[in-house]
Design a protein around this ligand. Sequence first.
Ligand code: NAP
Length: 437
Amino acid sequence: MSKRCVRVGLFGWGNVGTGVSRILLERAHLITEKTGFQLELVRIGVRRLPVSRPGISFDPSRVSDHPESILNDPDIDIVVETIGGIEPAKSYILQALQQGKHVVTANKALLAECGEELFAAAYRNGVNIHFEASVAGGIPIIKALREGLPANEIQTIYGIINGTANYILTQMTEHGTEFEDALAMAQELGYAETDPTFDVDGHDTAHKIVLLSSLAFGVPIQLEHIYLEGIRHITPKDIQYARELGFMIKLLAIAKRDAKRVQIRVHPTMIPERSMLANVHDVFNAVCIVGDAVGTTMFYGRGAGQMPTASAVVADLLDAAQLIEGGGPVPPPYGWNGHCNHDIQIESISKSRSRYYLRHIVEDRPGVLAQISGILGAHQISIATVIQKERHSENSVHLVLMTHEADEDSIQTALRQIDGLEMVREDTTLIRVEMIE
Ligand code: NAP
């Protein structure tokens, strides 16, 4: 097979960048054998010199702290950005696009915030931005949505797309570990950052569902459209009660559409314990996509980590290499390409309906259940199950209720009244329920 050489500049030699360099340097032969392309790593751009990576042999004279040595090199065809964050990643990408270079990035935060501007700049310059590694690491979920499922109206996406949060909930589920202890374990193992806010408060999940739902529904989704709730308030007791009801608790990204509306939310969710998503444990990710033609599909794998993420970056490099070979600009992806579903409204969570798990901590005396169920009933919320009444402290107990389907608006109004009752000791814990297959 004749080799076609494509030249690559890499920004950021951290976790993911190191994996990318490792694959490009150590597996060049395999990649060429499989694809016919020779991906040559020409230069690595770092913040400051000197930088080396143990076990990676790369000519130090080709590691540079001058971004121009990559951006202005006419021989570099593709720029890979694995710096993360907004700046300077955004400026580097814009400059690379202006120079007619394709870009590969793993940066979901940047695309979720500035996707419209970046994709438009790519199109203007006749090049592409590839971003497979930005969602669910090694799982080829962007490719599945764009190339595997274009015949479908996508109806629903459910995603466990933050490995750290899933690891914490798995520890809490399997060992009854408290949230703070499970978080400390995740930090010890290097799964969670010192500042874990991004993972446990759902921001990282929100960035990723922005990208998936824009691609799926053809609507440019903004972060502020997404209802966001993290997992800090979940306790081992909630997990135990959920299991008694036949459910598991997962931090889920949920995107749903009907003819006129799209709704996107990120929150802890109770899902049937027999569902496939309930059985996604530890740092693993999974995305369930329901299309009107294909039905339910499920994608599972490692959602982060050096080599899984680098695997996705290299797949993108090969897609870009094919574009260079084939020529011609490719329009921006659905959701950013100007052919948007303008009729579709983005709906607030207050308009949703769901079943609800409610855990109240109440005074241990007769009449409490009657008063709470009276308030719920007055808001057309009926109770499906009362599952527990267990001592919380000397004179307070847990009262756990599962409702039938109800309006979000109604439940929030009812909870404000319930939490105002003298006999209610703490704010009610609410967890939404999704009856996933
Ligand atoms: P990381 O380990 O912190 O690596 C980032 C690297 O960029 C660091 O080596 C940093 O150098 C370097 N850098 C900072 N400013 C720079 C500049 N101006 N020029 C060149 N290099 C610069 O982060 P990571 O985990 O590899 O993540 C990189 C990107 O991949 C992020 O967008 C992340 O969201 C995404 N991603 C990561 C994973 C994962 O599993 N880690 C999975 C999917 C997607 P210093 O050390 O000098 O600061």
